[in-house]
Design a protein around this ligand. Structure first.
Ligand SMILES: Cc1ncc(COP(=O)(O)O)c(C=O)c1O
Length: 325
C-alpha cells in the first residue's frame, strides 16, 4: 500500500494545483439509528459539501487542478444544466482567482434548489447563455465560446469538469480517508454524473490497495454516466500520473446502480423517501444527486456491505435555507 501522505505530496508537487478548498473535508459518523434503518453496521458521511466556505461541493477538488496556472483575467468556458453545481463552482472559484466564467446551460426540471443554483450562477458568471431546449445546447455553447472571447483569454472545461486532471483531485479525497477511518470501508457510495468523482475514488482505492467497492449511483443519462466512461477517466488519470512520475496500480471498475428515474434533475419516489429519512437524522440532501444516491442504500439486501461511506457532494448556495428540496 502506498504511503498516503507521501502520495499526496508527490501528486501536489507534480501537478501544482491551486488552492481553493479546505482539506481534509470532515468525515462524520452517521446517526446509529439511521445506520440501523439502512441495515448496515456503520455509516460515515464524507462532507464534500463543506469543501470551501466560498462555495463547496465535490467540484472544488477538480477545479483546483483545472483552474491552476491560468493567468488572471482568463475566462473559463463550461457547460451544464441550469442547476449545475459544476457551473456555479466554476464561476465562484474562477472569480477567486481574478478570472471569469462563461456558461452555456440547458434547462432542467425546476426545484427550489435548482432555481437557487441557477440564480447564483447567473450572479457569479460573467456570461450565461441559456439554451431554450437541450437540443439547442450546441448553439448556446458556440455563443458562449464566442462571447467569452470579448472577455479575455479562453480556457475550455468539459461538462462536469470531467477531465483526468480533475480526477486526480478526487483521488486525493480517498487518501484523506486513511486518517479518518480505522480500516477500509466495505463500500463508498457516490452519485455518478459525468464520472470524475467516481473515477478518482477508483484510482485512490487502487493506490491504497483497499478492497473497498465503489458504488456509483447513476443520476444522469447513461450516455454520460456509465461504467465505461468512469473507468476510462480513471485510466486516463492513471496515465497522466505515470507520465509525471507517480505510478499507481490499475483501477477496478465501479459498481453502477441506476437511480435516475424520469431524468436528470427529476426527483424520484425512492430518492425523496431517502431525503426525508436522512433529514430526520439531521442529514440534508438535495433531490438531484444526494437523495438519489442515498436512496439506493434503502434497497435492502441488494449488496452485502456493512461499513459504508456516503459521499455527500451537494453544497447549498449560501442564500438558500437548508431545508429546501
Ligand atoms: C452535487 C453533485 N454531486 C455529484 C455529481 C456527480 O459528480 P461527477 O460529475 O463527477 O460524476 C455532480 C455533478 O455534476 C454534482 O454537481
Amino acid at each position: 500500500m502506498a504511503d498516503p501522505e507521501r502520495l499526496n505530496r508527490k501528486i501536489r508537487a507534480a501537478l501544482a494545483p491551486c488552492s481553493l478548498g479546505q482539506w481534509p473535508t470532515p468525515l462524520e459518523r452517521g446517526a446509529p439509528a439511521l445506520a440501523r434503518t439502512l441495515g448496515v453496521e456503520a455509516l460515515w458521511i464524507k462532507r464534500e459539501d463543506r469543501s470551501s466556505p466560498r462555495y463547496g461541493g465535490n467540484k472544488v477538488r477538480g477545479l483546483e487542478f483545472l483552474l491552476a496556472g491560468a493567468p488572471p483575467g482568463s475566462v473559463f468556458v463550461t457547460v451544464g444544466g441550469t442547476g449545475s453545481t459544476h457551473c456555479l463552482a466554476t464561476a465562484v472559484h474562477a472569480a477567486a482567482l481574478s478570472c471569469r466564467a462563461a456558461l452555456a446551460q440547458f434547462p432542467q426540471p425546476e426545484t427550489a434548489t435548482s432555481r437557487a443554483v441557477a440564480a447564483a450562477s447567473q450572479a457569479h458568471a460573467a456570461l450565461v447563455v441559456r439554451a431554450a431546449t437541450r437540443a439547442s445546447l450546441p448553439v448556446a455553447l458556440l455563443s458562449a465560446w464566442r462571447g467569452a472571447r470579448r472577455l479575455g483569454s479562453r480556457r475550455w472545461i468539459p461538462a462536469g469538469g470531467a477531465h483526468p486532471r480533475a480526477v486526480v483531485g478526487h483521488l486525493l479525497a480517498t487518501l484523506e480517508l486513511t486518517r479518518q477511518l480505522p480500516d477500509p470501508p466495505d463500500a463508498i457510495v457516490a452519485p455518478l454524473g459525468t464520472g470524475g468523482t467516481v473515477a478518482g475514488l477508483l484510482l485512490g482505492i487502487a493506490g491504497l490497495g483497499w478492497p473497498t467497492r465503489v458504488i456509483g449511483v447513476r443520476v444522469a443519462p447513461t450516455l454520460v454516466a456509465n461504467r465505461w466512461r468512469a473507468t476510462r477517466l480513471a485510466r486516463r488519470a492513471r496515465r497522466l500520473l505515470a507520465r509525471v512520475g507517480v505510478p499507481l496500480p490499475a483501477p477496478r471498475s465501479p459498481d453502477i446502480v441506476n437511480g435516475l428515474g424520469r431524468g436528470y434533475g427529476s426527483p424520484t419516489v425512492e430518492g425523496e423517501a431517502a431525503r426525508q429519512l436522512a433529514a430526520q437524522h439531521g442529514l440534508v440532501l438535495d433531490s438531484t444527486y444526494g437523495a438519489k444516491a442515498f436512496g439506493v442504500l434503502l434497497r435492502r439486501g441488494t449488496w452485502n456491505v456493512q461499513r459504508v461511506v456516503f459521499w455527500h457532494t451537494f453544497a447549498m448556495p449560501a442564500a438558500l435555507p437548508e431545508s429546501m428540496p
